[in-house]
Design a protein around this ligand. Structure first.
Ligand SMILES: [Zn+2]
Length: 400
């Protein structure tokens, strides 16, 4: 295609105009292994400016004003509760023709379709819900009110609705991807997570997985570029900039996780929508009000992140730590749909031993490729002419 300017693996870095001053992704090591996000019932409310920590000038310059999808917003009846706007889960059931049933009275509510298949499961005071068995994190915790459970309005608009009914957001979803930029996390003097006893560095494992993934995606007809093909350090801002410069349709950043030695499982991240609180706390409270270039893809991002998480869980049979949101630099400034995948924990010896084998790294690459396939299949329904042939793979049997 015309805009695909070079088949070289490494996109040249030139004239990047991305804002500086981006914070590094919170090191996986710095994330508390067992910490839960703060249970703030007011999570969906815009956070007031933190005068003590103004956004860096560069970040302000990069911010753009994006209107929320007003017509969609107005379709959801909501109430002001706990200083945030909330939607009754029963309204979600009614809107989508699902039947709401209490599993545990006043505490756990599940919504099933006409065939009796449970689609959604909400629990009081939880930050996450299950959609077809996959954990999805919201910005606000679920609250009880008037004999029902209520969820944050932004979470309904930006996460639940596009996942349940992507067709209602077809106008905001792009064509299926053709040019994909793969980003091997870390590199050079930044090793990422290290497992000393097993002599494993995250930077080496990410590059190996990305090279395998490149071959799989190319075999499926995608064009693929890499942010790095060898052991070198690349700035976080630059990584998304490379995708933007190449006019990529999709950006996938591959990482491995780190925490306490007993923590295991899969996490997938996309950029937090504007006005939604991230899954982990962010130091700069003004970020919640900021619309980043990546927020243009909020609806595509949620479809992408969900399907990546589902496919990696199915492919690796790992435990489900959830599809999450965070304002990582590599996601904030990507102008195309973008996702960061943490398939397993290098800090856990059992998972790290598996990652240390080429066979398992091939499985990781295969699972991510399957997730791309699933994401593309959703978009293909709205853009049939732009689609590559969709390759069938084993149906996603997600861990419950
Ligand atoms: Zn990493």
């Amino acid at each position: 295609m015309a805009r695909f300017r070079a088949r070289s693996l490494l996109v040249t870095v030139s004239a990047l105009v991305l804002a500086g001053g981006c914070t590094a992704p919170a090191s996986a090591q710095s994330r508390a292994a067992t910490s839960k996000p703060a249970a703030s019932p007011a999570g969906s409310a815009p956070v007031t400016a933190d005068k003590a920590a103004p956004p860096p000038a560069a970040a302000r310059a990069a911010a753009i004003t994006l209107p929320l999808a007003a017509p969609v917003t107005q379709l959801w009846p909501f109430k002001r509760l706990y200083n945030g706007d909330y939607v009754d889960v029963r309204a979600i059931a009614e809107r989508y023709g699902l039947k709401a049933t209490w599993v545990s009275s006043g505490r756990i509510l599940q919504l099933a379709d006409a065939q009796g298949r449970v689609r959604l499961r909400f629990e009081d005071r939880k930050h996450d819900f299950l959609l077809d068995g996959v954990r999805v994190f919201m910005g606000a915790t679920t609250v009880s009110h008037e004999g029902g459970l209520w969820v944050g309005k932004i979470d309904v608009i930006k996460t639940i609705a596009p996942l349940l009914r992507p067709a209602e957001h077809a106008g905001q979803l792009p064509a299926p991807p053709r040019l994909i930029v793969l980003d091997a996390g870390h590199g050079g003097n930044d090793p990422g997570i290290q497992n000393g006893p097993l002599h494993l560095n995250e930077k080496d494992m990410t590059l190996d997985v990305v090279l395998r993934l490149k071959r799989l995606l190319e075999a499926r007809g995608y064009q693929v570029l890499l942010t790095r093909t060898d052991d070198r350090k690349i700035d976080l801002d630059t990584r998304a900039g490379l995708a933007n410069e190449a006019k990529a349709d999709l950006f996938i950043s591959v990482h491995f996780n780190g925490a306490g030695a007993t923590v295991t499982g899969t996490e997938t991240y996309v950029l937090t929508p504007q006005f939604q609180v991230s899954t982990q706390p962010e130091q700069d409270k003004s970020m919640v009000r900021t619309a980043y270039p990546g927020n243009r893809q909020d609806f595509a991002n949620v479809v992408l992140g969900y399907h990546l998480q589902q496919a990696v869980l199915a492919g690796l049979q790992t435990s489900d730590r959830g599809f999450k949101h965070y304002r990582y630099a590599v996601l904030r400034f990507a102008e195309c749909p973008a996702v960061l995948v943490e398939s397993t924990y290098l800090s856990n010896d059992a998972e790290a031993r598996r990652v240390g084998t080429p066979d398992f790294r091939q499985r990781i690459a295969q699972a991510i490729a399957d997730g791309v396939n699933d994401y593309a299949a959703v978009l293909a329904a709205f853009h049939p002419a732009a689609s590559l042939p969709v390759e069938a793979h084993a149906p996603a049997a997600t861990s419950k």
